[in-house]
Each structure stands twice: as structure tokens, then as C-alpha cells.
Design a protein around this ligand. Structure first.
Ligand code: ASP
Ligand code: MG
Length: 407
């Protein structure tokens, strides 16, 4: 069976940990599996390399920065090959240029375009464990790119897709995907299974166990993911296509603090205003999340919406520049807010979820500023200070009501 494995930076942070992983690889190898193993840079290496660059200049060339950052992963794979060899396991390390992972040209955040499989397959034929430097590609100039922070996950899933691997195992220092952040909510439980769609919602909501693009890619190519700890033999979490049979009503609660709210007060209440407002924002590539419009009164209305914290200043600038169009110059904003969401594939067919969530918020006296819903998610916007309290209350309420949240 061909398996792609990926080990995160914390799993290979030092020599002991490298040997810990090497022994796990040895065990799979001795069971007869063919293994392609993607590694991240050791521990905080990527951050340290970046800091080194900043010591030289605050504005390094993006090409040279990628040249530097990509060395972290190369160190990991070379060291792991040595460790495996010393355990008697044949292994070879490869970087993106050696096997051919072609990406777009934009340094720092390149996208994968194509992967050659010949070299990897040839090494597997020779019974080698193939160690792949994650997070990097080469562009059409033959230069090294990096694929965005945390993108080794995406390297692994892309490889699993093109190599038609049986599955992609993602190892890190967490035990799997939980119903909530276990550091914030002690009663959070590990999930045995979560669907791609639910995972995508949770990944984008700041429950960052997996790189968002890796989940999108896994869904697109039906790559089954298995998220697991590299330090224990405990079962992890499978991420796959939703089974039609028993959808989890609620699988997780996530808190996203990267939100700010803008209210545009007393806009003209006439057709085309929302179009003008949001197309002006879209032109500046500002994504808008929750939108709420008030009922018109005296020929005016209010529109409130949320953007990522980083986009707040730019969004306010866009509004200033479009005052005349909008017929409003009253822009109120708040970035001390948080979005708390309940995610579950089964909630589309069950009307009770929202009321349980709102009751939990009422119980702890948390005021809801905005609400948004989709087929598999309900989000509320609340005061940032109350986010942990609210998430805990909602989580416990669902557990008390026996609404699954992990089996
Ligand atoms: N080493 C890279 C980073 O820290 C890639 C990764 O870990 O996935 O972002
Ligand atoms: Mg990392």
C-alpha cells in the first residue's frame, strides 16, 4: 500500500524526535508499505530563518527569502534520511527541484501547478523511503518558491493525489481534530471522523490544525486524511467525504478573533447601494463575511459587515473614497469582537441547533451582535472578551442536550 505521511516541525524538532519519527517510519516500512514522507522544517526553524533575513535587511528580495526559508525543510529531510539509514532502512531525500514540483511564480505564496512522479516512483521501485521537502516548489524560471506558511500539509496532500496514495497521514503534536480548542474548553473531545466540508469551516474559523488549502485539495481529489499524534499510538481523526448515513449534528465549536465590524449608517435606501458598496470593497480584494442590513426608515438604511482585522483600515479608506456614491459618511467600526461558530453537517436537517446555541448564550448573558447561517454552520458575532465564555457555554449546552459533539 502506498501511503503519504507528513510530519510537522514540532515532530522533528530535535535529534530524539527525529529518531522517534524514524522508528515510526521503520515500523510502517517493515509492514510492507511504500512510503513517501513529507517533512516540515525543525521546530521554529522557518521563523528563525526569517528573523535572520530581517537582521540583514527589513526588505529582503522575495526570491532570496524563499531561497533561504526553503533550506529548513531540506535540513529535515536530509537528517531523516541519515536517521533511517542508520536504522537500516533505505531512504532518499529529495527537494522540489529534484523530483519536479512546479508552482506559480509568486514567491512566498506560490500555488502548486504540476508534480512529476517519475523520480519518486523510481525511488519507491528501489524500495526506498522517499523523503520530500515540504513547503517548496520551483517556478518557470527554475527558481525556488515557497507555498505559504504551514503549506507542508498541502505538499503532502498534493503528492497523495498525484501518486494515488491509499491515504495521507498528517502527524503533529496534537492528537487529532477536537470538538473545540482543548486548551480553552476542557470538555472538548477528539473526533473519530469529520467531513471535508466541516473541516474546511473549522480550518477557516481559526481551529488551525490543518492548512486550509490542504483540506480543499483533499476534497477535490478525494484524498482521505488521517490526522494523528507522532508521540502516541492513540487513534487520530479521519477527514473524508461525508457519509450519508449518520451525519454529526454538531461536530465542533470554533472561535475566530480575527474579525472587525464596520457599520455604514444612514445609507440611501435605493437600489444599487449594496452593489456599489461591496463591489468597491471587492475591487480592493477585501473579503466580506457576515452582512446585515437594517429595514429602511426615512429613506435611509444601515449596512453592517465584517472583514478580517488586517483589512479594516483599507476597508475604511475605500468607504471614505466612496462617500459621495453611498450618500453616507458615518462609518462606525469595532475590532474588539469575535465570531463563535457551531459547525455540523447534520444541522441542515435539524431545526433545533440554533435555539440551543442562543439559549446557551442567554444563560451566560452574552449579547449577540450579528448572526449568520449556512447549511452546516451558525455563527454569532459577540464581544471579544466574552468569546471563551460563550464557546464553553455553547459546547456544554450541546453536550448536556446529548447533541453528539463526538461519539
Ligand atoms: N516550515 C513552514 C512553516 O513553518 C511550512 C510548514 O511547517 O508547513 O510555515
Ligand atoms: Mg509548521
Amino acid at each position: 500500500m502506498l501511503i503519504v505521511q507528513k510530519y510537522g516541525g514540532s515532530s522533528v524538532a530535535n535529534t530524539n524526535l527525529i529518531y522517534n519519527v524514524a522508528k515510526r517510519i521503520q515500523k510502517s516500512y517493515s509492514q510492507g508499505d511504500k512510503l513517501v514522507v513529507v517533512l516540515s522544517a525543525q521546530g521554529d526553524t522557518t521563523d528563525e530563518l526569517k528573523a535572520k533575513a530581517m537582521e540583514i535587511t527589513s526588505n529582503p528580495s522575495k526570491r532570496e527569502l524563499d531561497m533561504l526559508l526553503s533550506t529548513g525543510e531540506q535540513q529535515s529531510v536530509a537528517l531523516m534520511a541519515m536517521a533511517l539509514n542508520s536504522l537500516g532502512v533505505p531512504a532518499v531525500s529529495l527537494n522540489a527541484a529534484q523530483f519536479g514540483l512546479y508552482s506559480t511564480s509568486n514567491y512566498g505564496n506560490a500555488r502548486i501547478k504540476r508534480i512529476d512522479t517519475e523520480r519518486i516512483n523510481a525511488e519507491l521501485e528501489k524500495n526506498n523511503v522517499v523523503l520530500i521537502a515540504g513547503f517548496q516548489g520551483i517556478n518557470r524560471y527554475g527558481d525556488i518558491t515557497t507555498l505559504g506558511r504551514g503549506a507542508s500539509d498541502t505538499t503532502a496532500v498534493a503528492l497523495a493525489a498525484v501518486l494515488h496514495a491509499a491515504r495521507c497521514e498528517i502527524y503533529s503534536d496534537v492528537d487529532g481534530i477536537f470538538t473545540a480548542d482543548p486548551r480553552a474548553i476542557g470538555t472538548a473531545k477528539k473526533l473519530n471522523f469529520i467531513s471535508y466540508d466541516e473541516m474546511l469551516e473549522l480550518a477557516s474559523l481559526g481551529a488551525r490544525v490543518l492548512h486550509n488549502r490542504c483540506v480543499e485539495l483533499a476534497k477535490k481529489y478525494s484524498v482521505v486524511l488521517y490526522v494523528k499524534s507522532s508521540l502516541t499510538d492513540d487513534e487520530g481523526t479521519l477527514v473524508g467525504e461525508d457519509s450519508k448515513m449518520e451525519k454529526m449534528l454538531v461536530s465542533g465549536i470554533a472561535i475566530d478573533k480575527d474579525v472587525s465590524r464596520i457599520s455604514v449608517v444612514a445609507l440611501k435606501d435605493e437600489p444599487g447601494i449594496a452593489f456599489k458598496l461591496f463591489s468597491a470593497l471587492a475591487k480592493e480584494k477585501i473579503s466580506v463575511d457576515i452582512i446585515l442590513q437594517s429595514i429602511g426608515r426615512n429613506n435611509t438604511k444601515d449596512i453592517s459587515f465584517t472583514v478580517a482585522k488586517d483589512d479594516l483600515d483599507k476597508a475604511l479608506e475605500v468607504l471614505e473614497n466612496n462617500r459621495a456614491f453611498l450618500g453616507s459618511d458615518k462609518f462606525i467600526h469595532d475590532n474588539k469582537i469575535a465570531k463563535v461558530s457551531v459547525v455540523g453537517a447534520g444541522m441542515a436537517t435539524n431545526p433545533g441547533v440554533a435555539s440551543i446555541m442562543f439559549e446557551a448564550l442567554y444563560d451566560v448573558g452574552v449579547n449577540i451582535q450579528m448572526i449568520s447561517t449556512s447549511e452546516i454552520k451558525i455563527s454569532v458575532l459577540i464581544d471579544e472578551k466574552e468569546a471563551d465564555l460563550a464557546a464553553k457555554a455553547i459546547h456544554n449546552k450541546f453536550m448536556d442536550n446529548n447533541v453528539n459533539l463526538a461519539v
